[in-house]
Write a protein that binds this ligand. Structure first.
Ligand SMILES: [Zn+2]
Length: 569
């Protein structure tokens, strides 16, 4: 037998959660073909003597729909061992959509997912209308990692209803046109259907995104398309209801949907400061639904959810009048102003307003007054972190002045992390341990100026496996690989097994973790984004080709568009 790549003498964590074993892993034609002692030599060999060999990580909640058109690597996911990304979440996809009506989908992505409109207009060559045509375009794009996609409800709606989608309930004709389009998309290989009913999702002109105009009956009809075809997963962003009758009624509707549709259902779960115990209710809900025949899973992030901010990118003060005057200037000019004591005093005073009221148009669902105990200074890439308030006390100055001083001392590079969600790590730990949870809500591709959660994989291994020892390595790797593969339906991946696709990560358990993010302007039109690489990832293999080696891309682009089971391949 001949091999394209052999990974030598690594400690294999096969993704099942079973115990580790030392072996060579041989790869030919994109597949794992032998595990054991391999005598032959391959053109490319990786010495994994001190390293762990794991299946590639699978990220089930991304918004790479736009970025994949201009970024062949799959950043930042590719730096963190991710070999498969599921996109099209929260109801947003670029298809179906006519090129001349692109604005109908861009206005939602621009606001709800904070993706630069200019970057999308410049970076996307719109060569499709229907979903099957779109998938064919994705097939041809160079891809460092694998992608799969949902069909977004907002896009289905705007394709069928045009502007009415932002204003009205669907007519019977609208609805049957939508079900036809969804059926076509699933038959062509869409993995599922996604929708948002969340008040945090609006368009650039301040309307609810189109899916929020749908009746529950419309959602049911669309999910039923998947039931009829016997395939597809459903992802939704919850309706928000205060505790009480409204929530009871919503839960009853949702439970009926998941039980009667039989389709695996996913929702993003966070621990929000406004209702810190809601997660208990949600976990009880998924357990009860399961006993009734409903498969519903929370998708969970693995750490405090930060908005990562800096003078070189965005700050919570940017929209304030005095601050915005200064922040528009080149950095050498900003420096002069920030050193001027009277200007500083004005800035400090203006920023103080934000401590008492919500801080402008960021993530609307999470708006809270600024609290400098909850803004940390990223001196290192992983916890523990010191807060701005803490450092200010040490320096005997105000928190805002501390942020200004730290910025000046670092030539404006200092990053700050404003905690938005998941403050309580003990609660988060219980959610992570819950057997129906699936970890990973990176949102990769969205909110790129201030969220860098593509690193949840390396962060999870560094924080929860190596440092806190809440999970052993076998279990930790399983949570990043076979659990998401199984839940989302990637039947060909998620394990190191002979015959499966050769998606693999070779990592150093002593050092694997995220690096500090950096501010970048590598998006089309120079739009701002944050980059973040990892430590301790020796290599990432996608479909049998080495994509990342020692932190650098090799230039291979062996990633594929993964199609659902109904597609003719
Ligand atoms: Zn999302």
């Amino acid at each position: 037998m001949s091999f394209d790549v052999i990974v030598r003498r690594g400690m294999v964590m096969d993704g099942s959660g079973g115990p580790r074993f030392r072996a060579d892993v041989g790869i030919a034609d994109g597949r794992i073909t032998e595990i054991g002692r391999i005598k032959e030599r391959a053109a490319e060999e990786i010495d994994a003597d001190e390293l762990f060999v794991a299946p590639g990580f699978i990220d089930g909640h991304t918004h790479l729909d736009a970025q994949m058109h201009w970024d062949p690597l799959g950043t930042n996911s590719c730096w963190h061992g991710v070999t498969t990304a599921l996109m099209g979440n929260c109801g947003f996809t670029l298809a179906p959509c006519r090129a001349e009506e692109a604005d109908l989908v861009l206005r939602s992505l621009e606001q709800a997912e904070e993706i630069s409109r200019e970057a999308m207009l410049e970076g996307i060559d719109w060569q499709w209308e229907s979903f099957p045509e779109y998938l064919d375009v994705l097939d041809r794009l160079p891809k460092g990692i694998n992608y799969a996609t949902h069909v977004g409800h907002s896009s289905l709606r705007t394709y069928v209803m045009g502007e009415r989608a932002f204003e009205q309930a669907a007519t019977d004709d609208d609805l049957s046109a939508m079900t036809d389009q969804l059926d076509l998309a699933l038959r062509a290989g869409a993995f599922g259907f996604s929708t948002s009913r969340s008040t945090s999702h609006s368009t650039a002109d301040g309307h609810p995104v189109a899916s929020r105009l749908a009746t529950w009956g419309e959602v049911r009809r669309l999910v039923d398309v998947m039931t009829s075809l016997g395939t597809g997963i459903f992802q939704l962003d919850h309706e928000k209801h205060e505790p009480g009758e409204g929530r009871v009624e919503y839960n009853a509707r949702l439970r009926e949907l998941v039980v009667e549709s039989g389709r695996p259902t996913f929702f993003m779960m966070t621990i929000a400061p406004a209702e810190p115990q809601l997660w208990r209710e949600r976990l009880a809900f998924v357990d009860a639904a399961a006993l009734d025949g409903g498969r519903i899973h929370p998708q969970v992030n693995v750490h405090e959810h930060f908005s990562t901010e800096s003078f070189r990118s965005v700050l919570p003060f940017d929209h304030l009048p005095r601050w915005s005057e200064i922040r528009r200037l080149p950095f050498n000019e900003q420096r002069l102003r920030l050193l001027d004591s009277s200007i500083r005093a004005e800035l400090v005073e203006e920023a103080a307003q934000l401590s008492a009221r919500p801080d402008g148009p960021t993530v609307p669902a999470n708006q809270r007054p600024l609290n400098y105990e909850e803004i940390v200074v990223f001196e290192t890439a992983t916890a523990p972190y010191r807060s701005v308030a803490d450092i200010a006390r040490g320096r005997r100055t105000s928190p805002v002045e501390t942020m200004i001083d730290l910025a000046l001392e670092s030539d404006f590079d200092q990053l700050f992390g404003r905690k938005l969600l998941n403050f309580d790590l003990d609660s988060l730990c219980e959610v992570l341990r819950h057997p129906r949870s699936v970890i990973g809500v990176s949102d990769t591709g969205a909110h790129v100026t201030r969220v860098v959660d593509s690193s949840y994989t390396t962060r999870f291994l560094a924080d929860w496996v190596r440092t806190r020892e809440v999970f052993d390595w076998e279990q930790g790797i399983r949570m990043l690989t076979s659990i998401p593969a199984h839940r989302y339906g990637f039947t060909d991946r998620g394990y190191i097994r002979e015959g499966l696709a050769a998606d693999m990560v070779i990592l150093d358990p002593a050092t694997v973790g995220p690096q500090l993010p950096t501010v970048s302007h590598s998006f089309p039109t120079g739009a701002l984004s944050l980059d973040q690489k990892a430590t301790g990832i020796a290599a990432t293999i996608v479909n049998g080709r080495v994509h990342i080696r020692d932190g650098e891309a090799t230039g291979a682009s062996a990633g594929r568009l993964l199609r659902g089971p109904l597609a003719d391949r």
